[in-house]
Design a binder for this molecule. Sequence first.
Ligand code: IPE
Ligand code: IPE
Ligand code: MG
Length: 481
Amino acid sequence: MEIVTLDPHGMCSGVRSAIAKAMSHGGAYCLHQLVHNEIVLGELLALGSVFVDDIEKVPDGATVIFPAHGVTPEVRGRAAAKRLSVVDGTCPFVARAHRAARRFSDAGLPVVVLGDPSHTEVQGILGEIADRRAPRPGEKIGVVSQTTMNADEVAAEVARLREKFDVAGVAGICTATKERQDAVREFDGDAILVLGSRNSANTRRLCEVARCPAYIASNMDDVVKLREEMERYGKVGVTSGASTPERFFESAVGCLRRIPQHVAIIMDGNGRWAQSRGRPRGFGHAAGAGTLMRALGWLGDRGIRYVTVYAFSTENWKRPESEVSGLMGLFSTMLKSKASELVGNQVRLRVAGRRGDLPRPLRDAIADVERRTASFERQLIVCLNYGGRAEIVDAANAAIARGEPVTEETFRRLLYVPDVPDPDLVIRTGGERRTSNFLLWESAYAEYHFTDTLWPDFSERDLDEALGDYSSRDRRKGGLS
Ligand code: IPE
Ligand code: IPE
Ligand code: MG
């Protein structure tokens, strides 16, 4: 399967600016959906933004964000009466369609509005028209379409209107939407995957204009489910709607190109790295922590959504007390000093392991960072006081407490991070070729990559080597390929 990314695709400038405004007023009231994209709305919810469907639900004097699809003049009037502080996310192309409708209406022309009458954009445009009478045959009319409509359909409809009326002017279609549709129309491959939410009008239009079978995916789960079907085609185009984040686009393309979704790393070799430099082992652990932060950036750039790292095993307590307490201190320091970096990069931290045995300050620091990052999609799972056997035993005890027989699926849900998909690739640095009690259940069908590089030396190149190794594997998972 050849993957072709269509250009242009994704966020238009109007949506980008609406999102930037809403994000910088995180926690404010949003009237309607800012844009029709579930990922963007999820991010705003995480910032504490409150979505309302009626301006009257916004408390007097509060800040309200108008959606990219615009609002009616009546709503603007009500916002002013309630002394709301308005952050206007209306897309400039939608605002232009509003002005056109008002101009036609002010000139006394009947206005024909093309679009979905239930869409907030169309309702906003209709609100500009003073007299909504039906035109008489031969009468001069103005035509305004919903900005995201299929440009061909609008042209065909305008041609039909010209047969009956004197069309004085046509407005509405936005160039960004048209360019994205043109790229889809011109694509000569075998199938198209359109990324965006199902309630996004422009996303649905992209499917309609395709000259080959078109599929829609609104999140990574959809993409994973569709991947096998896509692989039946020779050449697959990928595009995205005007409110789809580029991050999702990159992850989806990575998934189709068989970049692993979940990479797990046994970060080994810190002690030897330090000792070879004549330094204490703790020096190697600190260097390893720096490598982890860099590696997270490289993994993120490659669209890898889940990263699990082995930081401290249930067997590592056997090490000298000084090394163990040094490690516990390093974990606490890292959590405190890197929390804002995780928040800035939108990475969710989760800790897997028997945390009850960890020192209290460390447990508190973990809980704090987990809470602050809970809403993010990309995840870093740190295995701390983790053992694969301990995890299975803990899950078995949970199953016994419930008193019900388990299946593989129900047992999987009792493991430490039940909703995280199994790792696709496990990398072990430091030259050893064993699993050392890491993810015993979850790695049943993982691919393994071993490298002699000691973890503090692990580079972007080493990562690409591991990913290249992975993509060359034939993952039959018991079947025949
Ligand atoms: C892995 O590095 C990190 C932890 C176990 C905490 P090591 O400390 O095992 O380093 P080596 O294997 O002794 O070099
Ligand atoms: C595995 O490395 C554990 C971590 C990386 C945290 P170890 O160095 O502890 O494992 P063994 O002793 O080589 O098996
Ligand atoms: Mg080791």
